[in-house]
Design a protein around this ligand. Structure first.
Ligand code: MSP
Length: 833
């Protein structure tokens, strides 16, 4: 029996149309779902919409339509968007579904019948935006979101949340209920004010008790929770018989959070006559949530589920029975979700994206811009569906690669385009295209290629050992490529479970970079096919590269499924989706004989956006977002990623990225470098900035017939075709005179030098990729020009705080440093303008 895997997203409020914040959670869920299907597990991925409550009722009233109609419209916009993006949810629940409403009523009744719900009346501050009573004085703003609260006096049903304080503390402390990254926050909420409490023996505070793990808590901190509302009607009605039994004076609807949380079980049939799915899939393996709804999921939700245990039945004259931690644990194992996985917010202009602030970015903008303008222009015959799926890959990659999961991250169109070009177009797309074109060119066809006897030997690389693991990596050694590609599959179980999608992607793209470096060092385009030993080498290099690409494509599939599917076809392997269904990938292995037939039609998977077009493309997206009439007349994309056109051959470029940031390996930033989401340098037309340096120094200029991409092809066209910038743009770049005080090599980094420069007002460290051309002795004492206001970047564990200016012709050749004579009496730190 395959292992089951039940995964949920929060259900999205229908008071506003989806934006990329919602898409973020859904994308992460889809990555996990695809990944677990790949492992052969039986996956159920649930998402949906949250349609009741005062907030929705008011939004509908403002729109002048009945709430159901309003909810229908917005819910559809979520469903349509997930379809456009190729999201593979197995169910979409709406809280206005009849089956869900019955399930909620059943849950309410079960809790009422076991004494956990009682009727009372209440006066308090209510935050409509958060749909929660909050503990502030009447008239004060909501402590969570800062919005105005309303004072409400109502008859309410209450849930005995207070009875579950200690069980929750015990379950969380013992990690039986796991809350990734927010555990301490939840525990301090549950424990109350314990800061001055000592350990159990010391008993300095009589109001403090101790948990099973001997941690202090203040009993009574957790208050009972209102679980019905009687001042409006847009919700699931509390069953009439309960209102009668409790002698309610008013009609009640179930509190929207109890209603919403129940979706996770009603979607599986809880409360209906068919509970097959519920029996099979509950409890959830992972529940993904944004950080603002942790309390609802980490306190209320498990408390409701613990209260379903018949042993906790609360009788009128007896308080809720105190169960032992072990008794709770037995219940928790089959009723509580295994992991709450909490992510941070997408910020736009440094604030959480939200409808109220009006700072949202709609996913549709990215789908339309990338789909139509990038993919559509490169492939005019493509369908709308293909364009959407392509663009969805771009967004998926960006969000997961750029934002460390669990933290907040700024979204910017500029960072999106840079990341796209650097990693996808110039990285993955390019390496695939190079290898497949060489196979075609040198062997005529995939079939002829795979017939070469060297390939059956290379298929068995698994049995070889790395000669000496202490030896530095030798990039032209096929073992390194095998090790890099195969290793991704070994480590990803661990990294995925830790939620480190960014690290997983970095690992995969580092491995793509190793394939690229392996190609550059072995130069297969220079090898002929007439001489047998050269042909043998050619077969070896191309097999090792393409097999590594195949393995890495499996690894990257959950993240960028459309691109991976396209590469799979190009490798001649047919449909990757079918391979997933056939469970071919539980542990993909090197040398799989299925990879051995004809290769497919070779196409660019990520058409490149030229640097010169980037500002216009970014403006297009900004305009689209602002609802302006946006059109883009003359952006060109390069469909054939491996064949630069004549106009792409430059010219000398100042401030060449290669001077500061040489790729020691292919990944576009050092794996240790922080997220660039918030630290993107200003655009610098004419030069590729912020990570797009990948491959720029390593790639050989195209030999005749070599499908290698010239470094120049990655940057903008000749200087005279660069877009003009204003003086204000230029003024943003701070160039200053500095003197080199220290220059030294960095162990195991062939191309990097570590410099310390004197700027007059400070001394700083700069890492520079000029070791191939300059010895430390060449540099000491030189007065050079430094860009001083670049965001710091980490390479090889060291931070670089700036960049040297240099020119090289041809591009990629020896850089000549921009220098001032030592005799010049210009003070150090003087600014160039
Ligand atoms: N309806 C409730 C959830 C009920 S679940 C039983 C709700 N809805 S919501 O639409 O406001 O937000 C749902 C989720 O959308 C958040 O938890 C979060 O996962 C995601 N996001 C909404 N805005 C976001 C950002 N700006 N950034 C990242 N995620 C965000 O709360």
């Amino acid at each position: 029996m395959p292992q089951k895997y039940f995964l949920t997203t929060p259900i999205y409020y229908v008071n506003a149309r989806p934006h990329i914040g919602h898409a973020y959670t859904t994308i992460v869920a889809d990555v996990l779902a695809r990944r677990h299907r790949l492992l052969g597990e039986d996956v159920f991925f649930l998402t949906g919409t949250d349609e009741h409550g005062q907030k929705i009722e008011r939004s509908a009233a403002a729109a002048g339509i009945p709430p159901q109609q309003f909810a229908d419209q917005v819910s559809k916009s979520f469903q349509d968007l997930w379809k456009r993006m190729g999201i593979t949810n197995d169910a979409f629940i709406r809280t206005t579904d009849e089956a869900h409403k019955h399930g909620v009523q059943k849950l309410f009744k079960q809790l009422y019948d076991s004494g956990h719900i009682y009727l009372d009346s209440y006066t308090g501050a209510y935050c409509v935006s958060d749909e929660a009573f909050v503990d502030v004085s009447p008239g004060d703003p909501c402590p969570e979101c800062g919005r105005a609260t309303e004072t409400v006096t109502e008859e309410n049903f209450f849930f005995r949340l207070s009875a579950f304080q200690l069980p929750l503390i015990d379950l969380i402390e013992s990690k039986q209920f796991q809350i990734d990254s927010k555990q301490n926050e939840v525990l301090s909420f549950l424990r109350g004010p314990v800061s001055s409490a000592g350990s159990p023996g010391e008993l300095s505070r009589p109001d403090v008790n101790y948990s099973a793990l001997n941690n202090p808590y203040v009993p009574g901190t957790l208050k009972d929770l209102s679980v019905s509302r009687s001042s409006f009607t847009w919700g699931v009605p509390v069953p009439r018989e309960i209102e009668q039994a409790a002698h309610a004076k008013q009609a009640h609807v179930v509190y929207v959070w109890l209603d919403a949380l129940a979706n996770y079980i009603t979607a599986l049939g809880y409360g209906s006559s068919d509970t097959t799915l519920f029996t099979k899939f509950w409890p959830a393996d992972v529940q993904l949530i944004g950080k603002e709804i942790v309390r609802f999921h980490a306190v209320y939700w498990p408390a409701f589920l613990l209260a379903l245990n018949p042993k906790t039945r609360h009788e009128p004259d007896h308080p809720t029975p105190m169960l032992s931690p072990e008794e709770h644990l037995v219940w928790a194992k089959t009723w509580l979700p295994k992991v709450l996985s909490v992510h941070g917010w997408l910020l736009f202009e440094d604030a959480k994206m939200s409808k109220t602030k009006g700072n949202v970015v709609r996913t549709e903008t990215i789908l339309d811009a990338f789909g139509d303008q990038v993919y559509g222009r490169a492939f005019p015959d493509s369908s709308k569906e293909q364009r959407d799926l392509f663009a969805s890959d771009v967004l998926r990659y960006f969000l997961l690669r750029e934002i460390p999961f669990g933290q907040d991250g700024n979204f910017s169109f500029q960072a999106l385009v840079q990341r796209y070009n650097a990693d996808l177009a110039n990285g993955y797309g390019n390496v695939v295209s190079r290898v497949l074109k060489l196979i075609e060119k040198k062997f005529g066809s995939g079939t002829a290629f795979f017939q070469h006897p060297r390939i059956s030997i290379m298929r068995n690389w698994l049995f070889l050992r790395r000669p000496d693991s202490k030896q530095p990596v030798i990039s032209n050694n096929p073992y390194e490529v095998f090790y890099a590609a195969d290793g991704q599959h070994k480590i990803w179980n661990y990294t995925f479970s830790a939620g480190s999608y960014k690290n997983v992607l970095e690992g995969i793209f580092t491995a793509f970079g190793q394939v690229d470096e392996y190609l550059n060092l072995n130069k297969p385009w220079e090898l002929g096919t007439e001489d047998e030993s050269s042909k043998e080498k050619l077969a070896e290099v191309l097999y090792v590269s393409s097999e590594a690409i195949r393995l890495l494509t499996v690894a990257v599939y959950p993240f960028i499924p459309f691109a991976a599917a396209s590469v799979w076809k190009q490798l001649g392997l047919g449909s990757i989706e079918t391979a997933v269904e056939e469970k071919q990938f539980a542990r993909p292995t090197w040398g799989d004989p299925r990879f051995g037939g004809e290769i497919g039609e070779i196409n660019a998977i990520f058409p490149r956006i030229y640097a010169k077009d980037t500002p216009a493309f970014i403006k297009l997206m900004t305009d689209m977002e602002q609802g302006k009439d946006a059109s883009l007349a003359n952006i060109t994309t390069q469909a054939d990623a491996a064949t630069p056109t004549a106009t792409e051959f430059p010219v000398t470029s100042l401030a060449s990225e290669l001077v500061t940031n040489p790729p020691e390996h292919f990944p576009t930033t050092d794996p240790a470098a922080g997220s660039r989401t918030t630290s993107i340098p200003e655009p610098n037309p004419g030069t590729l900035v912020a990570g797009s340096h990948a491959l720029t120094t390593e790639r050989p200029a195209p030999e005749s017939g070599a499908p290698g991409l010239a470094p120049e092809a990655l940057v903008s066209g000749p200087a005279d075709s660069s877009p003009q910038i204003t003086i204000d743009d230029f003024a943003k770049v701070e160039l200053r005179v500095a003197k080199i005080l220290v220059a030294e090599r960095i162990p195991k980094a062939d191309k990097l030098l570590r410099l310390e420069v004197d700027l007059g007002y400070e001394r700083r460290q700069i890492l520079s990729g000029i070791a191939e051309w300059y010895t430390p002795g060449d540099l000491l004492g030189r007065r050079i020009v430094v860009i001083t206001n670049l965001a710091p970047r980490k390479m090889r564990g060291l931070e670089s705080h700036g960049m040297l200016l240099a020119a090289s012709a041809p591009e990629g050749g020896k850089p000549s440093l921009a220098t001032f004579p030592d005799t010049d009496d210009l003070p150090l730190g003087s600014r160039l303008k």
